[in-house]
Design a protein around this ligand. Structure first.
Ligand SMILES: *Cc1c(COP(=O)(O)O)cnc(C)c1O
Length: 234
């Protein structure tokens, strides 16, 4: 077996264990494999091991990789999620090539994605990225502005608002990890109470997956635990 398929199996086992420990159905938690900085071969290996959903942060890298993967594995339909920062001049290619975008944090980007989503495709699934710890350097809408942005996005015909995403300040302390994820879960509940239907909490990475699942994550975004350590210099 390849290393990637071993890793995937281990991550799936951890996901199931964390779900059961939290009295949750593991089927309610989707695994997004974050393949940024890794090549098409790594995606193909993961796909051969049964993985279907992949997350990417950098548009050009992602588009090149998608094309290579399509050539290597034409029989498999993979689902691609954009999870990186979005520049407004890149929205068209994102709208045309992805099934999900997790990193929407302003109205202008949402409007462009909706207008540019091809009519031949189903609406683009959207998560609002929330700056849950309120750090000024972080991307994401502030929690107090999330409801009004969610209401605006819910009116856009090319988009389907699914939920919230966050990348909390990293910490080794499980209680701090859980606190941040709990805030995102409560914000989702507030937005739902405001009349907006949401079914997704995109939270949890390699170092805090267990805490995210304990707090209700429905989609964990796992990179290094599947593909290994990233080398940004490459
Ligand atoms: C890179 C990245 C991940 C994956 O991180 P790991 O720690 O490697 O699991 C998840 N989410 C986002 C937004 C990322 O940029």
């Amino acid at each position: 077996m390849s290393l990637i398929s071993d890793n995937l199996q281990a991550v799936r086992a951890d996901l199931i264990a964390a779900a059961l420990a939290a009295d949750r159905d593991p089927q309610q938690i989707n695994l997004l494999a974050v393949s940024k900085t890794f090549g098409a071969e790594a995606v193909v290996e993961a796909a051969r091991a049964g993985q279907r959903c992949f997350g990417e942060n950098y548009l050009q890298e992602a588009l090149d990789k998608m094309q290579q993967v399509q050539t290597l594995l034409p029989e498999l339909a993979l689902e691609w999620h954009f999870i990186g920062p979005i520049q407004s001049n890149k929205t068209r290619q994102i709208a045309e090539n992805f099934s999900w975008v997790h990193s929407v944090d302003r109205a202008k980007i949402a409007t462009r994605l909706s207008e540019q989503r091809p009519a031949s495709l189903t609406p683009l699934n959207i998560c609002l990225q929330v700056n849950i710890s309120g750090e000024s350097t972080k991307s994401g809408v502030l929690p107090e502005q999330a409801l009004s942005l969610a209401k605006m996005i819910a009116t856009l015909p090319g988009l389907r608002l699914r939920g919230l995403m966050a990348v909390p300040e990293s910490s080794d302390d499980v209680l701090l990890q859980r606190h941040a994820f709990s805030q995102l879960r409560q914000l989702k509940e507030q937005i739902q109470a405001g009349g907006i239907a949401l079914d997704t909490l995109s939270m949890g990475m390699s170092s805090d997956m267990g805490a995210a699942i304990a707090e209700g994550s429905t989609m964990v975004r796992i990179g290094s635990a599947i593909f290994g350590k990233r080398d940004y210099a490459k």
